[in-house]
Design a protein around this ligand. Structure first.
Ligand SMILES: Nc1ncnc2c1ncn2[C@@H]1O[C@H](COP(=O)(O)OP(=O)(O)OP(=O)(O)O)[C@@H](O)[C@H]1O
Length: 310
């Protein structure tokens, strides 16, 4: 079995699995993230988001399967140069000043972009002369993000970078991050629990649950693959036939009404039903509430079958 060398794919997992002593954190994960996308990585606590990012950043080794960055083994020196990872615990030297931290970044990274790193800390109103140990959690995050941006990586892997930022700063940090990414065509995977953070920012989505991929693909394609239908609840507590003939993600009853998130097969519903396209948040919440709903990977999110051969 050989792998296609595919630089247009920022990240690809094939049959990827990670087993810790207590059990599988990720199992049989296969997806493709095209280059240049801003991808939200979403899922409940313990669903495997950090594990997936750590596998892509080679902080962990897979138990099964493979992960590739820009078509290459992520352990290769060139792949490591192209990837920057901001971990949840943001390990930095507390005794260093911010300026010294950036200097270390410059010494460690041949393609270092001092201007981008300094611009980012200035935007976050973090003093270059401040010691890292004296910064707040949110300010330290900004320094870690500045290090990642200064590296001029082609793929940024960010593990809940906004979790310790206040709402205003979160908005500004996200804006500055996305401006940098857009200017350089950087691919970004950003894990988050704040669904509102994704709105208008991410154009790709990975939803993990129970260690497996549940949704993967372009956000507009995922949205348009679903319909939210509302109509009469019917009798006997069963899903009405005109809904049950579709792929039903979840149904919720309120009074005499039934609202269902479906993946339509043919025309979405009959007379008497109100049909509309759900927002991305509605799609996500539907899947989060229905952990057994069948997964969906859009055509662009499915990795190509491995070539037969040597
Ligand atoms: N170092 C480890 N040793 C053993 N088990 C681990 C380790 N790291 C993670 N796990 C387990 O693997 C599963 C996935 O954890 P992971 O941290 O990847 O989830 P997550 O989606 O990032 O969670 P959160 O949203 O809470 O950050 C969990 O059941 C967790 O307990």
């Amino acid at each position: 079995m050989t792998h296609r060398h595919d630089p247009s794919t920022a990240l690809e997992a094939t049959g990827l699995g990670k087993r810790y002593r207590r059990g599988w954190a990720l199992q049989d994960v296969s997806f493709r993230l095209p280059a240049g996308r801003i991808c939200a990585l979403v899922g409940p606590n313990g669903s495997g988001k950090s594990t997936l990012l750590s596998l892509a950043a080679v902080l962990l080794a897979p138990t099964t399967g493979t992960v590739r960055v820009f078509g290459a083994d992520p352990r290769a020196a060139e792949a490591r140069r192209r990837v920057a990872f901001v971990a949840q615990d943001k390990p930095l030297y507390p005794r260093f000043t911010v300026a010294e931290t950036l200097r270390l970044g410059r010494e460690l990274n041949p393609g270092w972009d001092q201007a981008a790193a300094e611009r980012f800390v200035a935007e976050a109103e973090v003093e270059l002369t401040a010691r890292v140990g004296s910064l707040s959690g949110g300010q330290r995050t900004c320094v870690a993000l500045a290090l990642a941006l200064g590296k001029r990586a082609d793929l940024l892997l960010l593990d809940e970078p906004m979790s310790d930022q206040d709402p205003l700063r979160r908005h500004r940090t996200m804006g500055a991050l996305m401006a940098e990414a857009a200017e350089h065509g950087t691919s970004v995977v950003i894990s988050t629990h704040v669904l509102a953070e994704l709105d208008g920012v991410c154009d790709y989505l990975l939803l993990v649950g129970g260690g497996r991929i549940r949704l993967a693909g372009e956000t507009d394609a995922l949205q348009s693959a679903h319909r939210l239908v509302t109509g009469p609840r019917g009798t006997g507590g069963t899903t009405p036939a005109e809904i049950a003939r579709h792929t039903v993600v979840e149904t919720r009853a309120t009074g005499r009404q039934l609202t269902a998130l479906i993946r339509p097969r043919g025309a979405p519903a009959e007379d008497g039903w109100i049909v509309r396209e759900p927002t991305l948040e509605e799609v996500l919440l539907g899947y989060l509430r229905a952990p057994d709903a069948p997964p969906l990977l859009t055509a662009g999110a499915r990795p190509p079958a491995p070539e037969a051969g040597a």
